[in-house]
Write a protein that binds this ligand. Sequence first.
Ligand code: 8YV
Length: 324
Amino acid sequence: MSKPPVLVTGPMMPSVTERLHAEFEPYWMNELDDLEAFIAREGSRIEAICTGAHTGVRTERSLIARLPSLRIISNYGVGYDSIDLPEAGRRRIVVTNTPDVLTEEVADTTIGLLLMTVRELSRAESWLRAGQWAATGVDYPYTPSLRDRSIGLVGYGRIGKAIGRRLEAFGIPLSYYGRKPQPDVPYPFYNDLVAMAEDVDTLIAILPGGPATQNLIDARVLEALGPNGVFINMARGSVVDEAALKTALRNGTILAAGLDVFMNEPRIDTDLFTIPNLTLLPHVGSASLHTRTMMGNLTMDNLMAYKQRKPPLTPVPETPFKGW
Ligand code: 8YV
């Protein structure tokens, strides 16, 4: 069977790289000296794109437009906000993602980041490692607690529900925000984020990025969350107004924040490093070997489905499969 040419937008994990070489003719964008020259030479042959949020490359209309044979964009990740969906849909290019296989991992990491942020766990460890315990002989200062909190889930999809299940076991009252209420959910529903922020003291963002959610968490929401407020972002950097968040943390408008996602990853705003009441993770929500291996397998299985002219396993709803 011939090997379809695939444009890969950046480095992939070894299991994906191996399968790309075995089954396809891969071209790594990050290794190309001259993308324009490559597209002029090979663009008309490219049938597939393999991409992921970690590559930092946006699959924009301008790129898609120059690949006339493109049939599938296989995304390593559940979020696909870096892909121009209207253009893919118009061209009947199928976009696939990796739902479900990362749900529980991201929910686990969310609980970790929440605890790190509220109980200041990484600050306490840094204090210990810096010799402060021995030098001062006093205990680390008492921290805020999860015990007296109520949490609003900003987004209640698959991962939001997995986070909710964990927080229920913690005995924490929950609310959720979305476009419309979901059936059989026992928690209060809000379609007004400022109203939910007024009623809870902790927000966890776990909803898709993209134009519809751009800067959803803005100065008004942070103001409503208030001086005991904690904000956790597991979604995309674009869902929060980062400048407003920095101001809110510095002014005490809210108490603390924990971020796993940022604008301009991986070259994020280094000013964030100077804010003490901010806990930072380098976009590791799903990044265990176990889960990333499953995501890599699904990314490749979708590409293989194209190669074998079978239906894709996990097309996104915006680009339904209608035949290759
Ligand atoms: C990415 C993620 O897949 O799934 C997502 O949407 O944000 C991550 O798990 C990761 O950045 C690799 O591209």
